[in-house]
Design a protein around this ligand. Sequence first.
Ligand code: UGA
Length: 434
Amino acid sequence: MKIAMVGTGYVGLVTGTCFADSGNRVTCVDINAAKIADLNAGKIPIYEPGLEELVVRNSEAGRLKFTTDLAAAVKDAELVYLGVGTPQGDDGAADLSALWAVVDGLAPHLKPDAAVVIKSTVPVGTNAETFARLREKTGRDCHVASNPEFLKEGAAIDDFMKPDRVVVGVRDPQVGEKLRLLYAPFLRTEKPFLVMSPESAELTKYVANAMLATKISFINTMANLTEKLGGDINDVRRGIGHDSRIGFAFLFPGVGYGGSCFPKDVRALEAMFERAGIDPVMLKAVDVINEAQKRTLLDKMTEFYEGQFAGKTFAIWGLAFKPRTDDIREAPALVLIDNLLAAGAKLRVHDPEAADNVRAIYGDKLTYCDQPLETLDGADALAINTEWAEFRQPDMNDVKRRLNAPVIFDGRNLYDRGLMQELGFTYYSIGRQT
Ligand code: UGA
């Protein structure tokens, strides 16, 4: 199939590249000329394992092209995928201005039988609004489908190639069949291809992310109680997880969720509730709990140092909002960094991929170390935000030797409490006793 993929952010680039890899001819479009020039030179604007290799391979095979020319990409396309950003607007709702600009721009060039497929995360009703807008611009009924994306940063290629399910929302069953064919190569393991109304498909995306965010805020709030009442949240997690109705996934306590999706999507869903005249009590709680959880390491440190941070130096491991990404959007580490800097502390930081993005914000206010152990030299304590694999088994004797004092604030429960005690560490973690 000939596909135009508009928007070369995370979702657009991965989707376009994976569709090219299954044999389609894909033209990716973006208004950012520098980004398109980089992509044409095989340079990938984000860190995502496996993506660069796939972009280069499919570009070399002539199946994947990058351009700023929307009209040229759309005029031959059978499917025009929209993967532009839908950031949080001032009122919490998704800002659709980029999407509308693209819809208006593509309308004059859309082939009569082509379908516009919305991949971006958009509020319920956007598909219908796109349909109406295209009718107004073209004078005819155009096909508009919704096909939400469920991939995770850091595992995006794998998630796209082996999805748990594919969801499409269509008005016309024929468009559903076309999309089924497009996805057939990715569903060979009998995972379901679910066809529903555009509204249900749009809602599915938000409900999935809100459910996952709720699980995280739920376990974090229980972890805070466990800390106060005694016990270990990891044991409680095991105790509940074996109940098959509950399970283990996405119930790891930590420093709160970040990234470009959960915070924004929870707030956008809140805005949809409000517009529907329903008080989004539960989602508000999920958000409030998460904002508080982002401060949990800071609170523990404030208690330990009685709020006296001036003249202290801290090592920080993990800046990205999660491992295997360089993304620092809404990352809990930034809350810790902002507050410790404001209180007069010096910070020595390390992240395997995200350091450059952090440097772009903080410049030389932080000391950047290439190696995790190097951050510890002369530091009064270590604080951990992200569970990168390389932080899991450091030589603890070396850690102790390098630190001024054997104190660790672990936001991801990476280490065995008993062992840390035996080694003589003061070890703070989440939902466990110190
Ligand atoms: C999330 C969803 O998992 C994807 O399915 C969805 O497609 C994507 O948003 C999106 O809407 O585009 P992502 O933001 O890449 O993906 O990251 P996750 O791996 O889901 O992690 C989100 C946050 O939750 C991270 O900060 C992580 O540290 C935190 N988390 C996750 C926990 O604190 N505990 C857990 O048990 C799991």
